[in-house]
Design a protein around this ligand. Structure first.
Ligand code: GDP
Ligand code: MG
Length: 778
């Protein structure tokens, strides 16, 4: 029994006309020798379908239906007869709707996705936050929706990875309905994408998002009229509050069930000449049986005229591929002669013309422009003289708050951990288990969990800057400097994101169109100090620089930034060669970030951090503890025991390598352990120094810092070696997951390996310089 018919456009129409409708029975009558085509019996006709076509029809088999029947009859009181239950299965299966959000970057797709799918994906007020398809689902009016958030694109050509990705998704996954999210405050550019989606001939609805801004602007838009002109139902939405999401999904059901009246397929008129050419190419394509890899014939024809490489590849595989390409070339020549423009430009112009025409009919603009506020703020923030000081001040404020505000909750957690440790200490019998709990788990996990508040504060700031639109300005004012380094203004956003976590930052480099800048950015992102390195700094700074906490931290981050500048310069001259492309970057209007979004984003990070604590950090703490505990000799002092343990032996082995940097074996071990995740550097120190507890007396002026800081202050490290250590932690190789991200994004292991090697060498050189030069001065 047919559960669902996929595919769209002419193909779908044809197959439905043949009688392949939800709830109808089909039988396989005959298999051709190679299983292609297959003959079916449907509504007493016999129809033969090619395999590719048959794949577009989802059926429920007798067996599946019986399974379902069994489940149902397990529930008492339900008796279903044979045909009925199969119908019910078909019905249930057919009530799964796959919808995909497609739209320009920054138009609010992810906001809508989060509301609809009750998800917590990252929204940000700049392009390119979403780089992958994110999937969620929800139930509504008896239907189950699988919802997909796709990366933002301006167009559906084959120029950028996002464009190809979105196109491929639409074609291969054939979503039942596409939700074209449109930024109502920027209709012209957004509708250009809509025009291309219309060419694709896919079932579609428009979410007219940012409708609140349109309302406030005083412009009036005749939504019904626009919907009628485009043949696409339009529902106004506000992604930030969720207004309009229910009507949107209600309409989707209507479209899915074929009840929607506005929805129809229109042909965008490209003008007499172009239409004639499109028709000529399309006619040849149509000589082949549908579906042409699921693309509508018209879409293929238009894309061919636009010199789309991917579509050329598809068409060349058709039996009359040669002929089609030849015809395309002829058409292009004619266009060139008549319009004195290449066909690609002519098609783009025609599409914009269509959009402008539609808007002229439906949109009445109010002359006073509401974006005055944005302009006024920008006058300061992107000012030639004020831009940088404002930026630096904001960064400093961030670090300052990370410390001062974070101090209070940090103290609470710290005393909580201390209390727990005391309790176990006084109530448990001595033995390895007690040692494991106190010196292993509590010292390791407890040592880093206290930094949860600091990390959340840091994230709250980053999130606020992203969401308000400031980050895009920061990228803008940095563009000139970035260019000098062979980078791109857009590289700046991944770099700042790197302060949070390097992995999403590396993924965010995808928005940089230019290959060279992209690779360069990826290589230097690891120099941005991620939040996982923060605990080490806080411990060390608390121990050795209690008077200048924020300033020292600022200095460390600054060293990372300076090093990234130096490295980018070197790499663009010697490693990654080639020209970089000019700068195009949008400045989205400022938007007051919704508190909900900032809180949610921050909490997500907090949750991730806690999860890491419970898994990898816990495991690492136990392993490090065990390596430090065995072989165990009760009679030795703590320090001696540690030195002769496995970890002591390992540490001693690496000590010669790091002694020029002023580091000792315990730091060496922490650094090695930190390759798995940078938090482990701190947790390992917690375990390794925990055994000093009994000996360490409380230092007077360190009341404000964590317990661990107080121990480390007595450990024989000096402020100089401590600083060298922080520099090493800052610069040495990124954690393994980040290396894997570099491999995935660059496509080559070579670059991941290169990054690991150069960062570690750089760390060694810089730490050594700090220590050796410092030693001369001090
Ligand atoms: P995406 O790039 O399309 O996924 O867009 P996001 O969902 O990340 O949103 C971009 C920015 O627009 C964020 O700052 C959102 O808070 C904001 N935003 C989203 N929807 C609306 C809306 O309907 N009205 C207003 N005023 N802002 C919105
Ligand atoms: Mg997004």
């Amino acid at each position: 029994m047919i559960a669902k018919v996929y595919g769209h456009g002419g193909f779908r129409k044809r197959i439905v006309e043949m009688g392949f409708i939800k709830g109808t029975e089909v039988q396989v009558v005959l298999n051709a020798p190679l299983q292609d085509p297959v003959k079916y019996k449907v509504m007493d006709y016999e129809v033969s379908l090619r395999r590719a076509e048959a794949d577009m029809v989802e059926v429920v088999t007798q067996q599946e239906a019986e399974e379902w029947h069994k489940q149902q009859t397990a529930t008492p009181g339900i008796v279903a007869d044979d045909c009925d239950f199969r119908h019910a299965v078909a019905e249930a299966k057919g009530k799964n709707i796959l919808v995909a959000f497609v739209g320009n970057p920054n138009c609010g797709k992810t906001s809508l996705f989060n509301i609809a799918g009750n998800a917590h994906e990252h929204v940000g007020n700049y392009s390119g936050v979403t780089v992958d398809a994110k999937v969620g689902n929800m139930k509504f009016e008896g239907y189950t929706f699988n919802i997909v958030d796709l990366p933002g694109t301006y167009s559906l050509s084959a120029y950028t990875p996002e464009e190809l990705y979105v196109r491929k998704y639409i074609i291969e996954k054939t979503p039942d309905v596409i939700i074209n999210v449109v930024d109502a405050s920027n209709l012209e550019r957004n509708l250009y994408l809509t025009a291309q989606l219309i060419d694709m001939d896919v079932p579609m609805i428009m979410a007219l998002n940012m409708y609140d801004e349109l309302r406030e602007s005083g412009h009036t838009l005749d939504i019904n009229q626009l919907g009628t002109l485009l043949g696409v139902p339009i529902i106004p939405t506000v992604g930030r509050t969720g207004e309009g999401v229910k009507p949107l999904f209600h309409e989707i059901i209507e479209i899915y069930e074929g009840k929607q009246k506005t929805f129809r397929h229109i042909h965008i008129n490209h003008g007499v000449l172009l239409e004639k050419m499109i028709e000529r190419v399309e006619a040849l394509i149509r000589k082949n049986p549908e579906p042409h890899h699921n693309y509508s014939g018209r879409f293929l024809a238009i894309k061919l005229l636009e010199n789309d490489r991917q579509v050329e590849g598809i068409v060349k595989m058709l039996p009359n591929g040669e002929e089609i390409i030849k015809e395309r070339n002829n058409c292009q020549d004619e266009i060139k002669q008549e319009l004195d423009d290449d066909s690609e430009g002519a098609i783009t112009d025609a599409k914009y013309g269509f959009v402008q025409g539609a808007l002229k009919e439906c949109l009445v603009k109010k002359t006073v422009y509401k974006r005055m506020l944005t302009k006024r703020i920008d006058a300061y923030v992107t000012n030639r003289y004020l831009g940088f000081p404002i930026f630096l001040a904001l960064m400093f404020l961030t670090f300052f708050c990370t410390f001062t505000l974070g101090q209070y909750p940090m103290d609470w957690i710290d005393s909580g951990v201390g209390w727990l440790s005391d309790m176990i200490g006084s109530y448990m019998n001595d033995g390895p288990l007690k040692d494991l709990l106190i010196d292993g788990i509590l010292a390791g996990v407890g040592g880093v969990i206290v930094f949860l508040p600091n990390i959340m504060i840091l994230y709250a700031f980053i999130s606020w800057m992203e969401d308000s639109g400031y980050m895009a300005r920061a990228a803008f004012i940095m563009d000139k400097i970035m260019h000098k380094m062979g980078l791109h203004g857009k590289s700046f956003i991944p770099m700042i994101m790197g302060f949070g976590c390097n992995i999403p930052a590396i993924m965010a480099t995808r928005t940089i169109e230019d290959r060279k800048s992209r690779l360069l950015t990826m290589l230097i992102v690891p120099l941005m100090s991620c939040s996982a390195r923060l605990p080490v700094y806080i411990i060390i700074i608390g121990a050795f620089f209690p008077k200048h906490q924020a300033l020292t931290l600022f200095a460390i981050y600054l060293i990372g930034i300076v090093m990234s500048v130096v490295m980018a310069n070197l790499f663009s001259k010697f490693v990654v060669k080639g020209e970089s492309s000019p700068f195009v970057m949008e400045l989205p209007p400022y938007r007051l970030p919704s508190a909900k979004s900032v809180v949610r984003h921050t909490w997500e990070k907090g949750k991730q951090y806690l999860k890491k604590m419970g898994t990898i950090i816990l495991a690492a703490s136990i392993v490090v503890w065990a390596l430090a505990y065995f072989p165990h000799h009760e009679e030795l002092s703590n320090e001696q025991q540690m030195e002769q343990s496995y970890i002591g032996q390992l540490g001693k082995a690496v000590e010669p390598v790091i002694s020029p940097c002023g580091l000792q074996w315990k730091e060496g071990v922490s650094l090695i352990a930190g390759v798995g995740a940078k938090e482990i550097v701190a947790s390992t120190m917690g375990v390794l120094y925990a055994t000093n507890t009994e000996e360490g007396a409380e230092a007077e002026d360190l009341e404000d810092s964590s317990h661990l800081s107080q121990i480390i202050a007595q450990s024989g490290m000096t402020p100089l070696t401590a600083f060298a250590f922080m520099v090493f932690v800052l610069l040495y190789m990124p954690c393994l997951p980040a290396c894997i991200a570099i491999k995935n994004e660059s496509g080559k292991w070579r670059w991941a390996l290169f990054t690991a090697c150069y960062t570690t060498s750089l760390a060694w050189i810089c730490a050594t310089l700090v220590y050796q030069i410092g030693a001369l001065i001090v």
